[in-house]
Design a protein around this ligand. Structure first.
Ligand code: PLP
Length: 418
């Protein structure tokens, strides 16, 4: 086992807080995949949560125009006023009572997540984080001196759901905040109005902050979209909504996100921004403005493409003996349930993911990268070309077939189309 960073023989010594950090599995698997590619292997990349579409032209043009017009200097730390206004307007259209003073623009959603945690969590505070869930949540909580307490998102019928009783049972007198993520990475769960109401009740009864990561808003496939907990009466003043442009506008590399925060918190988070990046780049903010004020067809176009891929890919995975792939209601991940296949083969999810990458050339993430509840699951991003997804499903079928042909798994006939 590798030693904690703070115990490694670096001189001078590093700070022990480095041991609190977890990294996203996608960066680890991508590095492993690139090393295999350097040896001449072909890899299908389904590890990253990144739309494969280029950013829409009008958004790129707005950034270029802004650069040419001289938006190359520092911007106001909380964001340029026109963009804060536009974000507040879009939030109101969703039903969140936002005003520009409560909008903070950051370099991606991730810094805003960090600011939110740093603003409300102190030494010893407990924070409820989803299991499975984005690994950055427990990492940031520990970095802030807090203690993450995991609550389960469970497989239920043909999808995933919140176990509200387990969530309620995880609350203690030291609980300070509830982190939630809907649409959810990695399962594609979208919180129902009832689930949000139950979480809101819990937050009110226990005087909790709510940090609601809504980065996949706009990427839902069922009627009703993804409501925000901040819309519930009484919740706005204790909720920090985390959102951004990365996913629904295919702008991951622009690094542009934002928070919708109670106005009383805005100046504190502005101090955190000043202590970190000073501001998000001005010309990138102009691109964000173009995204919000320009035609919105790109969101519909991306979403419909993802829907078709979701349907095709989960159907192909479902054909594999020992594997079931619930259709996600939102985001762009298939969280395949491989428990039956693993049980028969007597191996862990991590071993399966490694074998899939090294022997079959498909990069996916073991569910355990998203918490202990991920044992028995694999996350595939379907934000990739349909031909690649078809090939990946075929290769995954062969991988499962190769595990334990003598142990009762029926032979898997690779469909012609794959
Ligand atoms: N939150 C969740 C749940 C994510 O899955 C991601 C990216 O994968 C982020 C936040 C980070 O978004 P950004 O790239 O805008 O920092």
């Amino acid at each position: 086992m590798t030693k904690p960073l703070s115990e490694q023989p670096l001189s001078p010594r590093t700070a022990s807080r480095l041991d609190a950090l977890l990294i996203e599995g996608s960066f680890r698997v991508a590095a492993e995949a690139r090393a295999l590619e350097a040896q001449g292997k072909q890899i299908i990349h389904l590890e990253f949560g990144e739309p494969d579409f280029p950013a829409p032209t009008h958004i790129v043009e707005a950034a270029v125009r802004a650069l040419r017009e001289g938006d190359t200097k520092y911007a106001p730390p909380p964001g340029i006023p026109v963009l804060r206004e536009a974000i507040a307007k879009a939030a109101r259209a969703r039903g969140i009572a936002a005003t520009a003073e409560g909008i903070l623009v950051t370099s991606g959603a991730k810094p805003m997540l960090q600011y939110a945690v740093f603003a409300v969590v102190q030494e010893g505070d407990e924070v409820l984080v989803p299991d499975t869930g984005f690994p950055i949540y427990p990492s940031l909580v520990r970095l802030a001196g807090g203690v993450p307490r995991r609550y389960p998102i469970v497989r239920q019928g043909d999808g995933y759901a919140l176990d509200i009783d387990a969530l309620a049972a995880a609350v203690t007198p030291r609980t300070k905040a509830l982190m939630l993520n809907s649409p959810h990475n990695p399962t594609g769960w979208v919180a129902t109005a009832g689930e949000l109401e139950a979480m809101a009740k819990l937050a009110l009864a226990n005087d909790l902050w709510v940090i609601s990561d809504e980065i996949y808003d706009g990427l839902t496939y069922e009627a009703g979209g993804s409501p925000s907990i901040a819309e519930i009466p009484g919740l706005k003043d204790r909720t920090i909504v985390i959102d951004g442009f990365s996913k629904r506008y295919a702008m991951t590399g622009f690094r542009l996100g934002f928070g919708i925060v109670p106005p009383g918190l805005a100046r504190h988070i502005t101090s955190l921004i000043i202590n970190n990046t000073s501001c998000a780049p001005h010309f990138v903010q102009r691109a964000g403005l173009a995204a919000l004020e320009g035609p919105q067809d790109c969101i519909v176009e991306f979403r419909e493409a993802f829907r078709a891929r979701r349907n095709m890919f989960t159907a192909a995975l479902d054909l594999i003996p020992g594997v079931t792939a619930p259709r996600p209601a939102g985001a762009f991940y298939a969280f395949a349930d491989v428990r039956e296949a693993l049980e028969r083969a007597g191996i862990s999810t991590g071993v399966l993911a490694t074998r899939l990458l090294h022997d079959f050339g498909v990069a996916a993430l073991p569910g355990t990268d998203f918490g202990p509840a991920g044992e028995g699951f694999l996350r595939f991003s379907f934000a990739a070309a349909p031909t690649l997804l078809e090939r990946a499903a075929g290769l995954f079928g062969k991988c499962i077939e190769s595990l334990a042909p003598a142990s009762g798994i029926e032979q898997y006939a690779i469909p012609e189309a794959l």
